[in-house]
Ligand binder design. Sequence first.
Ligand code: GTP
Ligand code: MG
Length: 370
Amino acid sequence: SESLTVAELAKKIYREPSEIIKKLFLLGVMATINQVLDKDAIELIAGEYGVEVEEEIKIDTTDLEVYFTEDSAENLVERPSVVTIMGHVDHGKTTLLDSIRNTKVTEGEAGGITQHIGAYQVVENGKKITFLDTPGHAAFTTMRQRGAKITDITILVVAADDGVMPQTVEAINHAKAAEVPIIVAVNKMDKEAANADRVMQELTEHGLVSEAWGGDTIFVPLSAKTGEGIDNLLEMILLVGEVEEYKANPNRKAVGTVIEAQLDKGRGSVATLLVQNGTLKIGDPIVVGHTHGRVRAMVNDKGRRVKEAGPSTPVEITGLSDVPQAGDRFVVFDDEKTARQVGEARSQQALVAHRGEKSIVSLETLFEQL
Ligand code: GTP
Ligand code: MG
């Protein structure tokens, strides 16, 4: 057909009508939801989303990114910040992650046995914060490779007795490239040789100027070992969250990213997912990377079974037909049939790509042998 209404077009390209109306407005076209769009307007919008318009609108429904749609402002509510910890070897990343988890879990959720699922949540001043318990560098590498944004805030750990080191600089560059705000945790302040001023001085050379020195970078002196200063760090994370206003729509089908996954002897494929938008529920038909299934069971970071998981929540699920990879996207579908179709198409594509690589390799080997 040569014309579509805004609502029909929105449905065809998996967007909300309000998003289309907004896009049209920015392109200088005033439209309402039931307005019939002519071919030019349709092509304008399709162009914005990289969708092909021929006879029919063609959208690659096997590309999971197309389901990561924007929500209209009225459906958005505040969500917890997602935080990654980065820094040089031995500067205390693991100790800090453990220390935050231990202090907060014993305070707030007595009896909860923490289990390692690659991410955890703590509560500070009644607000949740999500920490990715995976090496920060790995998370950023995956993000850059796939263009998937996972983390909102980076905590840059710098040991006060060692100062800025090569991987400190690397971490700064990763965070800058991804446009993720940095909070500096000046760690090991309990040590005699600790010198916070030196850390501040050295970081100035990399564009991180402390607020005390007229810049806009938050520095928190702390000790991951004694716990001193950790509450302050959590408060600063909440502050950045308030300024940046991280939001999501809990009333839609879940989309997000795989934090980690493995094959478990008893439970089969087990994947930790970070829900980035929407709410994930037991029984949801889901496509995860190149695999699919139905969410059979969900366990949170405290080892408790849960029935649903909202935005910024990490949750471990079972029920997938295969093991996905860290960094893979996941999308929940309306019905099992669609999830199966998309999942099978994706697994087929992966298989073909894999065979392609293999045949090239064997051809090269063949020539070498000649
Ligand atoms: P990698 O994972 O190897 O890169 O190291 P990391 O950054 O995770 O450092 P880790 O937490 O393993 O800490 C390295 C060493 O520093 C350990 O011996 C910790 O006990 C010690 N450490 C960490 N934080 C502190 C601190 O605040 N004070 C003191 N005194 N020691 C600390
Ligand atoms: Mg470590």
